[in-house]
Write a protein that binds this ligand. Structure first.
Ligand code: FCB
Length: 442
């Protein structure tokens, strides 16, 4: 790995990212049921019907997991708090044990000199609220703001920064139009409502946290480099709709108080009444923006010719175990584009970047994931190029610290820099972890 910490500006934060449902073990500690628990029981939804009940058993092993980060010299750790762990019914009675867990986790990070970066929602909607429509119900904004007050009231005084919601596109579109994630809806009206309510919830949560006196509040958006699959006008149109829904909708709402016209053409009639009046809340100023970046997609219209029937085709770049093309140029492209079109001087973070690979353990017990080291190195270089071009990038979190529950792919796809044997819960640092943490010493 060519990365040297000294190439990056002073104070640049290098860390690793995880999320609650993917690592904690949702079956422990009195957490309430979530829509992922029920989604996983549907045939074909999650590989082998796996769920997050045990995951990495981080709920019980968090101290030794934090020790690994401390020993490696990480500056920061991005984790998420689970709504259903803190409020098993989504509202009402607090699970004291759940709140205590995050309290200890934050103190444990600080005691080890690691800055805590919290995300309040990384996809586990409490089932009791999913029963009421979840993101499709406009009341979700108030429910989420109430939960935000509770969790921030407990840990807000000690976290370095807080993001409201992880990857709003996945929460809304992937889960309500494409149906790949819980709650598995395939309905444009449901999706349009979720696209709006997730932003409204974000805005109310920022206001709730600010009212308690906290700052360093942001959101985490995922961006995907989109190109037409061929030279046709139709493919160019598909790419423009895809870019609007994916890369412009959320940042445009927060920073310009508007939705992109090409997306509105299909979604406007399904949006909740009075949506135009919500931009005052949605556009509540944030202190930073997190970008999750993984890949590029080549797109063209699907067979139906209907709005946003968009299919992607395999490109010819090298691919990860997710079959995602490796395209580091997309990272510098987005950092510069986001600054230019939306965020200006507002600090940016790369809150996720990484890859899945097959990661077999050799007879000597080593896991030689050189491909991951090379992937990360190429993306660090892309980040550095953006910094040199004037982007106020302040930190970089690798996805992920540990192999974990990769949503619809169950435990099949391994994103960790640290290998987890899911039978024994033994952690084994991979070569990429050794390379990354060595580079941080240079
Ligand atoms: C992102 C998610 C994260 C993980 C990675 C691979 O979309 O935020 O939980 O699944 O992809």
């Amino acid at each position: 790995m060519r990365l040297r910490r000294s190439d990056f500006p002073d104070g640049f934060q290098f860390g690793a990212a995880t999320s609650a449902y993917q690592i904690e073990g949702h079956g422990f500690g009195g957490a309430g049921s979530t829509h992922w628990d029920s989604f996983a029981t549907g045939p074909g939804n999650v590989m082998r019907g796996e769920n997050g009940a045990v995951a990495c058993d981080h709920y019980n092993r968090w101290e030794s997991d934090l020790d690994l980060m401390e020993a490696a010299g990480l500056d920061a750790y991005r984790f998420s708090t689970s709504w259903a762990r803190v409020l098993p019914e989504g509202r009402g009675a607090v699970n004291a044990e759940g709140l205590d867990f995050y309290d200890r986790l934050v103190d444990g990070l600080l005691a080890r000199g690691i800055a805590p970066y919290a995300t309040l929602y990384h996809w586990e909607m409490p089932s009791a609220l999913a029963d009421l429509g979840g993101w499709m119900n406009g009341d979700v904004a108030g429910w989420f703001a109430d939960y935000t007050e509770i969790i921030m009231g407990r840990i807000g005084d000690r976290v370095e920064a807080t993001a409201t919601i992880n990857e709003l596109w996945c929460v809304a579109w992937l889960s309500h139009f494409l149906g790949h994630h819980a709650p598995g809806m395939r309905d444009i009206r449901a999706a349009a409502r979720a696209m709006h309510h997730v932003l409204l919830a974000h805005g109310h949560a920022v206001q709730a946290a600010r009212a308690l006196g906290f700052d360093n509040l942001g959101l985490v958006t995922n961006l995907e480099y989109t190109e037409p699959a061929d030279e046709s006008v139709e493919a160019a149109e598909a790419a423009s709709v895809q870019d609007a829904l994916y890369n412009q909708w959320f940042l445009g709402a927060v920073f310009k108080q508007e939705y992109p016209t090409v997306a509105l053409a299909g979604l406007e009639r399904h949006l909740p009444k009075g949506w135009q009046d919500d931009f005052g809340v949605i556009g509540t100023p944030v202190d930073w923006v997190g970008i999750n970046y993984y890949t590029r997609k080549l797109v063209k219209p699907g067979p139906s010719g209907m709005f946003c029937d968009i299919v992607d085709l395999p490109g010819n770049l090298p691919k990860t175990a997710m079959d995602w093309e490796i395209y580091p140029e997309g990272l510098s492209y987005f950092l510069e584009r986001v600054q230019r079109e939306y965020t200006g001087d507002t600090p940016l973070f790369i809150t996720e970047n990484g890859m899945a690979s097959l990661d077999r353990m050799g007879a000597d017990g080593r896991i030689e994931d050189w491909a991951r080291s090379a992937f990360l190195d190429a993306h660090f270089a892309a980040a550095l190029r953006a910094i040199e071009a004037g982007v106020p990038l302040k930190g970089y979190f690798v996805w992920s610290l540990l192999d974990n529950f990769e949503w619809a792919f169950g435990y099949d796809k391994r994103f960790g820099m640290i290998h987890v044997d899911f039978k024994t819960q033994v952690r084994t640092p991979k070569q990429s972890w050794l390379d990354f943490t060595e580079a941080l010493k240079r």
